[in-house]
Design a protein around this ligand. Sequence first.
Ligand SMILES: N[C@@H](CCC(=O)N[C@@H](CS)C(=O)NCC(=O)O)C(=O)O
Length: 219
Amino acid sequence: MIELYYAPGACSFVPHVALEMIREATGQAFEPRLIKLHRAEHRAPEYLALNPEGQVPVLVVDGKVLTQIVAICDFLDREHPAVGLLPAESWARAQALATLAWFNNTAHPAFTHVFMPNKFADGEAYQAEVKRVGRDRYHDILKRIDSMVAAQTGPYWLGDRLSVLDAYAIALLRWGGLGGIDPESLPAYYAYMQRVAKAPAVAAAIERERLQLNVFKKA
Ligand SMILES: N[C@@H](CCC(=O)N[C@@H](CS)C(=O)NCC(=O)O)C(=O)O
């Protein structure tokens, strides 16, 4: 049995989409386990026993725990190579993993500075500064992704097939809206997000998480 511990709108959206892609292609089901971050369920002792970082996602496979999106995506892809979560050819796969790792270790933590400045500084003034610098940096990253998307030839990040990169890319743009960055100011990226959201596996994850794609509110 496969279980996914996820929180609506969080980065666990990436393995969530991956598991929906697997379900769509092979019929293999998974058990979604909702963790409410606003209720601090990720800080409960039972959850910390699963993931001492107190973060989603966590994948549990027949009772065995796997954390970290890059590892989870690699594992699921190796279990189901025909689904196309990642490319099969060595160079294309390495390039896709480089992008996935960049999303995870650079773009994503840049947003953490905007969303959870309390992780990086004490006191309101310092946190406001962390947030301000973080938002500028995150905006630059989203602009870079917008140019990358504009240069793409197919409907998805890797061309004609949906992959886990699409799931991460649209989660990052959605977070931009939460951080005060208007997604419509990044036209190629915004059009791509709407296209990706229509893919059945993505739409299923969006529905389960009850997500609105554009959460930007003018200040
Ligand atoms: N590198 C980790 C990042 C996980 C992560 O940052 N999860 C966030 C949600 S997007 C979380 O659970 N945050 C709650 C917290 O850190 O308190 C991974 O790939 O799984």
